[in-house]
Design a protein around this ligand. Sequence first.
Ligand code: ZN
Length: 247
Amino acid sequence: MICYNINVKISTLSHAPSPLGEGDGSPLTGTRHGSSSDILSPLPSGEGFRLIFGGRMGHFLPTMVLEIVSYGHPALRAKGRKISEVNDEILQLVEDMLETMEAASGVGLAAQQVGIPMQVCVVDITGVKDRPSEMWIDGKAVDHEDFMPLILINPKITLSGRERSGNEGCLSFPGLSGDVSRHEKVKVHALDEEGEVYDFEASGLLARAIQHEFDHLQGVLYIDRMGQAERKRLAGDLEELLARSQG
Ligand SMILES: [Zn+2]
């Protein structure tokens, strides 16, 4: 069954994304208003509803804020299974992931981060102004905010442009951030929540966020891409995080 998810949200976004809160977060965490403690506090559950049209009948799909797993959880190192059909189960997962990303004030979330290694991630950089992004569809520039949140199912990416260093955080590494080199531009081929193929190109923060999330789907973490100095700087914090998540 093809479902038309129009992402009508009853619980509205009460916090606009703040300037790439790289301070505590990165393009990928803590970029929205709310302190980084949002990420650390217990997550509320059963946050809202999104309107989903399943076939001809519309219905409200209850959504849940899922637990975000931290560094050390085995799901973060698992390559995601390919999604063979965008069915109700996948739609529910996508909706819950959107709710979870929003509740954690993140700009991206991969299924691995909620403990489910599958090829699906979500990205929403709405309102981030201080780290520009560009998006093109069929070679034409579009307003990327018109396409948020992005739902990327079984994505494939092609990298281009030179590599640039930029600060990133990750919801699975609460409180940490570090510099990571990423390609400037990315070409994306993915399925959307209706199971339809779509293609676009992105640069700037959006390209960075997509590369970070795409890595998650392969079991690759941003610390793997950090230079030696950054890894060294974070070594103590990473050990602590590991001990916490394994204890
Ligand atoms: Zn991440």
